[in-house]
Design a protein around this ligand. Sequence first.
Ligand code: AMP
Ligand code: GLY
Length: 429
Amino acid sequence: MRILVVGSGGREHALCWAIAASPLCDKLYCAPGNAGIAAEAECVPIGAEDVPALVAFAARERIDFVVVGPEGPLVAGLVDHLAEAGIKAFGPSAAAAALEGSKGFTKDLCAKYGIPTGAYGRFRDAEAARRFVRERGAPIVVKADGLAAGKGVTVAATVDEALAAIDAAMVGGRFGAAGAEVVVEEFLGGEEASFFALCDGVNAIPLAAAQDHKRVGDGDTGPNTGGMGAYSPAPVITSAVAEEVMARIVRPTVAGMAKEGRPFKGVLFAGLMIGRDGPQLIEFNVRFGDPECQALMARLKSDVLPALIAATDGQLRNFDLRWHDQAALCVVMAAKGYPGDYRKGTEIRGLDRAAAVNGVTVFHAGTKAEGGRILANGGRVLGVTATAGTVNQARDLAYRAVDAIDWPDGFCRRDIGHRAIARAAAETR
Ligand code: AMP
Ligand code: GLY
């Protein structure tokens, strides 16, 4: 098969790495890719959001199957446009991608189908949103309705903070059209986890759970990022919790979306809060997580490609996926300053030494090759991923590889996996 992966992050490197290993894959392209992806795929300089150029390329190169990584092109209807051109693609239609593209849509769906999530209000009028916040009190959460590159959520500890978030979005236009409507939501306490399921419009099968570290600093401090590290499995998602997530969140969502005339195909990423009342939905994403995908692909034993194709073809019923018993852990290395301003173009050395650590794969995100050198070309730059018997052991290997990388302009968190490791320590005590 001739395959095109769309995207340029660590997630897409992990997908390319897994797809390139499939005996079904004859030729792999990635648009636009990065310096690491270039080892697995032929990179083509088309932006992940350039829907017409992607469709034209796929038609011209007789691509059999497109795998879309990021949410932007999914919400923009890339899969629909490819389908019109007769090209099969993994990922939801624009109508189904509303699960990520509109937080209000998702909250209404949850309300309609009894899916557990926090109480909420949807507002297009700033004064009504302010009134709701004053009535409810803090802590409370304010979210821009649309896509805001992970920056649209304010977890407000005080009423004033929530009011400021409403003003920034609805009066100040901080997120443009994406913030013209806001969702104000009950604060949920507990432990967060990411749960992934493959869906074919009718059926859903669980992939695996993972945990991400969203804050930039050790001890979960500082501003939110796209994710500074992840590991899988997530100990908080016991098999009983996983069954509950499938029964109360994933399957009702897939059934509800089908009923709404928006059948969901692709990977459903449920951001969960596991609290005293069991799992509650924080949000849906309609794609793999980054960096969760790096940990998932490292653990997947089955060929990924037949699974993605089965999801696209409506053939997931009784589909069997195998996982390695091992845990995987990914440490993200980012450019100093991220998630604020950072420099591009600094050189990264020692990648071969890092990759030589047993059980380690170094996935690239924002990198580019220039004259035989690898340069940083983004905020999140590398995803150093290790597999081992336990999260603890995987962490040790990943940091050994991180320490082999010579990149003075980069940094990483030193405590990836701390929750799982503390939990394991408590259990052996
Ligand atoms: P999101 O961009 O929706 O993933 O939200 C970013 C982060 O805000 C999440 O990872 C949570 O840590 C936090 N968050 C979002 N909604 C809530 C909520 N209702 N209660 C508590 N924390 C939340
Ligand atoms: N790591 C969280 C995300 O991909 O949204």
